[in-house]
Design a protein around this ligand. Structure first.
Ligand code: A3P
Length: 338
């Protein structure tokens, strides 16, 4: 979760020239583009319309140069706090259902974040993923417009969530990782930052639209999901995921209740009560700082914003949502918005 724009020590590989060029471009860029304070109080930089942590911006440069997708790759993309952890668990256990028994499953001993890599925290030299069996699974929070071109022909599962719930989830999560030298993040401040679009990978609305529009154009390549629909009909979603990932459930699996078993294993109730998710810490890439697994499993409900937001805050966010999504065909679940 570090956000210092300083560069790692100079590498000594044959790709030094490329890397040095990237570093020069990056150093020049962050001197020239707008910056602001995000929810953690740390600087975010506006790169092509989106606010990014400088380390993650650097990773974006690295991925553009060094990441080589394979046609069979499947990516999970999401706005932070939309339920990425849940979808990782569901996608991993659906795709790898032949590998584990439900009673002694990988997810009973490892945090869901460890199931497949989040590319955004890669650093130089990026990990060699070539030995991963196909289809490889990767996660990212980058908006569609910032992806390396090689990735955009691959399959994507995109997950979004009603923005007021995203904001409340972000507020809680980011408060845990805010510098102790800063005062706690007030809800007023969090709402203001979110509404201005100054949250990590924000603006929220442009992020969601970037994948929504692509999903309309390439429906076979992008499975567009909402947290609320996963919550309401998890078995329907798991079947969709299986088919989308090229591994539909057989009649025999359905008979043996494999879909229900996956849903139960990945439920908030099951995951949040596992020791690994109460005590465990997830390290990303070569980041020194880890994130506690329990911070990814806070409450897991639709409409928790009602416990926090004033009528004025609600109207401000709903107004922006209405304005930005107008005419796009995208709406968020009425019961979560009401
Ligand atoms: P809340 O903070 O509202 O509880 P992400 O994984 O993208 O960081 O999103 C985290 C949010 O998803 C948190 O929301 C978390 O509780 C919720 N979540 C994680 N796992 C879940 C699960 N299995 N079922 C439902 N919600 C889950």
């Amino acid at each position: 979760m570090s956000s210092s724009p300083s560069l790692p020590t100079t590498p000594e590989s044959k790709e030094d020239a490329d890397y040095n060029k990237i570093s020069d471009e990056y150093n020049h860029l962050i001197e020239t583009i707008p910056k602001t304070n995000g929810l953690r109080g740390e600087l975010l930089y506006n790169y092509n319309g989106f606010w990014l942590d400088p380390m993650i911006l650097k990773t974006n440069f690295l991925l553009h140069t060094y990441f080589k997708s394979q046609p069979t790759d499947i990516f999970l993309a999401s706005v932070m706090k939309s339920g990425t952890t849940w979808l990782k668990a569901l996608m991993f256990s659906t795709l790898n259902r032949h590998l584990y028994s439900f009673s002694d499953h990988y997810l009973r001993h490892h945090g869901p974040q460890s199931t497949f890599p989040l590319l955004d925290f890669e650093s130089y030299p990026i990990t060699d993923f070539t030995h991963f069996p196909a289809p490889r699974l990767f996660a990212t929070h980058f908006p569609r417009t910032l992806l390396p071109p090689c990735m955009t022909s691959c399959k994507f599962v995109y997950l979004c969530r009603e923005p007021k719930d995203v904001l409340i989830s972000c507020w809680h999560f980011m408060s845990n990782y805010r510098s102790k030298d800063l005062p706690p993040l007030s809800l007023d401040e969090a709402v203001d930052i979110f509404c201005k679009g100054h949250s990590d990978y924000g603006p929220f609305w442009e992020h969601v639209l970037s994948y929504w529009r692509a999903s309309l154009e390439y429906p076979d390549k992008i499975l567009f999901l909402k947290y609320e629909e996963v919550k309401k009909e998890p078995e329907v979603v798991v079947r969709k995921l299986a088919t989308f990932m090229g591994k539909p459930f057989t009649a025999e699996e359905v008979e043996k209740r494999v879909v229900e078993n996956i849903v139960n294993l990945c439920s908030f109730q099951t995951l949040s009560n596992l020791e690994v998710n109460k005590e465990g810490v997830e390290k990303f890439g070569r980041l020194e700082v880890g994130v506690e697994n329990r911070h990814y499993l806070r409450k897991g409900e639709i409409g928790d914003w009602k416990n926090y937001l004033s009528e004025e805050m609600k109207q401000r966010i709903d107004g922006i949502t209405h304005e930005r999504l107008k005419g796009s065909g995208l709406i968020f679940d009425a019961s979560a918005i009401a």
